[in-house]
Write a protein that binds this ligand. Sequence first.
Ligand code: HEC
Length: 392
Amino acid sequence: MVDRAQDAPWLAWLVEALHQAQWLLLRLLHACGLAGGAEGQPAWPWAWRLSGENLLLDAGQARLLAAGLGCAGAALLLLALACTWRRMRWPLAGGALLAVVLAPWPSASVVQVPAHPASFHTQPQPFSDTAIARGEAHYARHCLRCHGAQGNGQGRDAAAQPVWPPSFTSTLLWRRADGDLFHAIRHGVRGRDGRATMPGFAAWLSEAQTWDLLHYLRALAAGELLQATGSWAQPVPLPDMALRCHSAGKTRVSDWRGQRLLLTTAPLRDLLPDPRFITLWLPMEEAPSALPDAVDCVAAAPATATLALELVSASQSLHGVQLMADKAGWLRARNARGASAWRNDDLLCRTPDGTAQGVASGQEDALSRILRLMDAEPVRYVKGGRVHGTVF
Ligand code: HEC
């Protein structure tokens, strides 16, 4: 039986600690001038790194690593003691040596993976409607011919490639670190024999354009997954977008983090203020110039917002569509039947393993149940071998 990060908090913690330690080391080296920059961010100077990705699949090796680190910590402690407690110096130093010698370590092939300068690069831009729209244009120009309009690897040139392009609806985009995907797009991919299997696009795309593309790929994949399976095994955030709101200082979706958000395209006459969430209105017809009282905010750029949301929610048209985001910004439920017609199975992104549904209690209506489950089961997200609590 293999533990997974979701079931074993210590494993999630270990993997996160491994990543943070290397990230911190990189920042430190960069600050001291010992690591240069590459493509806009500090460059990882080694050809390998320690990765938690495999540990998430092999808890036995993870336990060895935890034990090894524990022994190393104990050895350091004993050495520090030996320095201060002179009378016990030799026994303590001996104990430290013993801890080092006996420390178990996982096999290098599991935790040591090839790295490149962009390995620890992180997505610098928010997942927003404008980034997705820009990414779509780059995709159409450079990627469509191989990867296809649905991102399923069925482009018109796909069959002529040395290997078949992957489908973006697999877990690829969610499990691989952003830095790895960024590197693959800019510098291409090579097969086991060292021959290029995908060309690199660094000469045609700026760094910012490459990051936009990654946002577009995730939005495309989210919609395709929803169409194919009706739910998301991987969580998807509500894209950030510009808003006009009654509350001063709130000009974007991201300004509402910490609140539940309902994005609705229902006609105004169907909308009632609801204190349980903030209502963001995306009008399907011309919006009135004065902000209606029944909603908290209205989308300030409806055309770009519509494009991004149609993609993410796999809707040909957003007429009558409602999307509910939880307090951390993840999209959790969708309903295309009108403002008040929620059903239990409108939950899109359930617990990470997609099974737990919670127990319906007594008189509870479907919307209340959805809201309760959203709060009770916050999203934990494994990406690039790390568990994320917040939105990418
Ligand atoms: C000439 C055809 C072709 C074009 C054009 C192309 N790709 Fe690919 N892509 C491939 C193939 C083939 C693979 C599989 C490579 C492999 O697994 O060895 C691939 C793999 C990928 C991967 C997975 C990389 C990995 O490390 O597993 C990503 C991400 C990707 N492509 C994104 C893009 C983006 C974004 C564009 C447009 C900028 C693009 N590709 C353009 C053929 C193409």
